[in-house]
Design a protein around this ligand. Structure first.
Ligand code: ADP
Length: 205
């Protein structure tokens, strides 16, 4: 897995943070916390959810069933990481992204909230590095360009209130998804550098 774009964000009063884009499989990355694109029943499923549960083993589903009664859309819950602990992952954060219904059903607010809640839980758990997939951008049908913009804006904003988190990595499975996030990151970098002169985009395509 190779990082191809890194945005360095200054945070007044805190250590700077980076937002990184990588192409690959989120179950192989070494970070403190991995975010899962779950469903509101926390019932497991296909896509990245299936991949994370397969890699982590049955322990995750047991803990989800014991501690939580589902997860409202726009929210998130946290568990241990099962076998993912073998490469240093300590937490899995299960986020409920919205199904895309055309854009008039509060999708943007709910997607933003899923990212912000995930980042808050990661911060409360003391995580320094967090990996995200493109929540809602697979089976749930969120348009890639919009999903990328909402994701990056939310994580940039959420890093302000989760000072322990110094590294947010988007692990993107397909070339299309990576390209959409790279374009959105370039736009975010331009906007952020006007507000924060210390902002730098590195290793861009
Ligand atoms: P949702 O139901 O929220 O749309 P999906 O799992 O269908 O969730 O898709 C979310 C994103 O995760 C998609 O961009 C999909 O390509 C991607 N994805 C699927 N498997 C993996 C994986 N192992 N690592 C990272 N991303 C993945």
């Amino acid at each position: 897995m190779s990082d191809v774009a890194i945005l360095r964000v200054d945070r007044p009063g805190h250590a700077p943070a980076t937002i990184e884009l990588a192409k690959g499989d989120i179950t192989t990355i070494e970070v403190d916390a991995i975010v899962n694109a779950a469903n509101s029943a926390l019932a497991g499923g296909g896509g990245v959810d299936g991949a994370i549960h397969r890699a982590a083993g049955p322990e995750l589903m047991v803990e989800l069933g014991a501690r939580y009664r589902g997860c409202p859309t726009g929210s998130a819950v946290i568990t241990a990481s099962g076998r993912l602990a073998g490469h240093g992952v300590r937490h899995v954060i299960h986020a409920g992204g919205p199904v895309w219904r055309g854009g008039g059903s509060d999708e943007e607010r709910l997607l933003r909230s899923a990212y912000l809640t995930s980042l808050r839980l990661a911060g409360e758990a003391g995580a320094r590095s967090v990996a995200f997939p493109a929540i809602s951008c697979g089976i749930y049908g969120y348009p890639l360009d919009q999903g990328a913009r909402v994701a990056l804006d939310a994580v940039r904003d959420g890093l302000e209130t989760a000072p322990s988190v110094e590294r947010a990595v988007f692990v993107l499975f397909s070339g299309d998804t990576f390209a959409a996030f790279a374009d959105a990151l370039a736009i975010l970098a331009k906007r952020t550098s006007q507000e924060r002169p210390g902002t730098r985009l590195e290793d861009s395509r």
